[in-house]
Write a protein that binds this ligand. Structure first.
Ligand code: NAD
Ligand code: LMR
Length: 329
């Protein structure tokens, strides 16, 4: 293998999502089937042994693309030379909790990690925050990495995007491949807004194809927005394999680009587009090319969508105010 390996740091490597994620990174699904990777795993000291077990299994897969795995319990070391950081490590919510309940518990993790990324990551660092509350954790990490361009900090709403694709596909009988231009707006929380008004199903407008406002309001939107809680209720633990798969999709699309005539959903730093206050990490319709993302501009936002976008964005503003009060940003 002649290419220099890409250094990928994964936090929470011994957790559920970590276990579903690492093998796919090492087998080439994150960056491409011809891109070698070097893994750096960050865990808390009590979980280092479990991470070592996972690293042994990674060895045992004999992945040709995996050039090595190192394990750390120190963020400063884990992010040295990192090109892609997947910030997964955080406490997941359990039955009855909202993701916002995790603000204080998990906020403290993302400040030192932001500082470590600022100090040691590679110049082309790309960060995906998965640990909840993902948008605001990304905001915290970003605000402690002043030397890193803020467009490098993103949070995951690709799982919500994929959930919305699956629900629309079930409703219409059309393959997920034939559904384009779906958007998740706002927060990765129950206030998120899955928007089908610009989406296309087999080349036709999705809202018109579905033609069922009652289903949209009372079935589709709540099913997608509350899917995380439904999975917790059913499995007794939060989504893991689907979350790992969405993380792979998010980074793969960021690095390799969106298809012509389509876009994806990513929570990225707002430049004020669509009335989302500047600086919030909010989900938008995004195209990617050459490793850079751009918010899709010029979409008409109808009154139905406006109300829902405002509600989810207001929640993000409240979360920002709460972490400001806690001294986390
Ligand atoms: P888990 O409890 O199985 O694993 C979390 C791991 O993080 C544990 O091994 C823990 O030791 C580790 N950890 C805790 N603090 C750490 C720190 N400071 N540095 C490094 N590692 C640390 O949880 P999980 O099921 O893997 O979920 C991880 C996170 O992802 C949770 O916050 C969960 O809510 C979130 N999540 C987000 C999405 C999304 O769509 N954005 C989807 C599913 C889960
Ligand atoms: C999910 O959407 O499945 C995760 O964010 C887990 C959760 O707490 O809902």
């Amino acid at each position: 293998m002649t290419r220099t390996p890409v250094t990928v740091t994964v936090t929470g490597a011994a957790g559920q999502i970590g276990y579903a994620l690492l093998f796919r990174i090492a087998s080439g699904h994150l960056l491409g089937a011809d891109v070698p990777v070097r893994l750096r795993l960050l865990e808390i000291p009590q979980a280092v042994k479990a991470a070592e077990g996972t690293a042994m299994e990674l060895d045992d897969c004999a992945f040709p693309l995996l050039s090595g795995t190192d394990i750390f319990d120190d963020a400063a070391k884990a992010f040295e030379g990192t090109n892609v950081a997947l910030l997964v490590g955080a406490r997941p919510r359990t039955k009855g909790m909202e993701r916002g309940d995790l603000l204080e518990a998990n906020g403290g993790i993302f400040k030192p990690q932001g500082e470590a990324i600022n100090a040691g990551a590679a110049d082309d660092i790309k960060v995906l925050v998965v640990g909840n509350p993902a948008n605001t954790n990304a905001l915290i990490a970003k605000s402690h990495a002043p030397d890193v361009p803020s467009d490098r900090f993103t949070a995951m709403t690709r799982l919500d995007h994929n959930r919305a694709l699956a629900q629309l596909s079930k409703k219409t009988g059309v393959s997920v491949d034939d559904i384009k231009k779906l958007t998740i707006w706002g927060n990765h929380s129950a206030t998120q807004y899955p928007d089908v008004f610009h989406a296309e199903i087999a080349g036709k407008n999705a809202a018109e194809t579905v033609n069922d406002q009652n289903w949209l309001e009372n079935d589709f939107i709540p099913t997608v927005a509350k899917r995380g809680a439904a999975i917790i209720e059913a499995r007794g633990a939060s989504s893991a394999a689907s979350a790992a798969s969405a993380a792979i999709d998010h980074v793969h699309t960021w690095v390799n680009g969106t298809a012509d005539g389509d876009w994806t959903s990513m929570a990225v730093v707002s430049d004020g587009s669509y009335g989302v206050p500047e600086g919030l990490i909010s989900s938008f319709p995004v195209t990617t090319k050459g490793g850079k993302w751009e918010i899709v501009q010029g979409l008409d936002v109808n009154d139905f969508s406006r109300t829902r976008i405002d509600a989810t964005v207001n929640e993000l503003s409240e979360e920002r105010a709460a972490v400001q009060k806690l001294g986390l940003i």
